[in-house]
Design a protein around this ligand. Structure first.
Ligand code: AMP
Ligand code: ZN
Length: 118
């Protein structure tokens, strides 16, 4: 375990430490409900392996990044919002308000989502 992954809440969730229910899982990815939902549907899709943010992603992770988007689509279908619409967001860095330093895609749906975001 590296200094980054040690104490990382999302690494711990992905490891099953907190018994969080996964809406989707495969060998590379897990998805679970956001603890403080900002919309009726608010799911986080994360890689199991610690990656701080999109800013640190490298070309050899292209397949993983694509899989994250496909998993977001899968979750949206499962939750019945694929037709009505959903927003997929990755906050990267301080100005974007990233608060957890483990890459995650937000999947938000179930209400009229304002644009542009604040
Ligand atoms: P961000 O601000 O883009 O980094 O998003 C982090 C998200 O993680 C926020 O929406 C939090 O509500 C959510 N979050 C933080 N801790 C947990 C947790 N233990 N389980 C589920 N969601 C969490
Ligand atoms: Zn992590």
């Amino acid at each position: 375990m590296s200094a980054d992954t040690e104490g990382c809440a999302f690494c711990r969730i992905a490891n099953g430490e907190f018994g969080v229910r996964f809406l989707y899982e495969d060998p590379d990815i897990v998805a679970f409900h956001d603890i403080a939902p900002k919309a009726p549907v608010h799911v986080l899709v994360i890689p199991r392996r610690h990656l701080k943010s999109l800013a640190e992603a490298s070309p050899d992770q292209a397949a993983l990044l694509g899989k994250l988007l496909l998993a977001a689509g899968q979750v949206a279908r499962q939750l019945g919002v694929a037709e009505t619409g959903y927003r997929t967001v990755a906050n990267t860095g301080a100005d974007a308000g990233q608060s957890v330093a483990h890459l995650h895609l937000h999947v938000l749906a179930g209400r009229d989502l304002a644009w542009p975001p604040g």
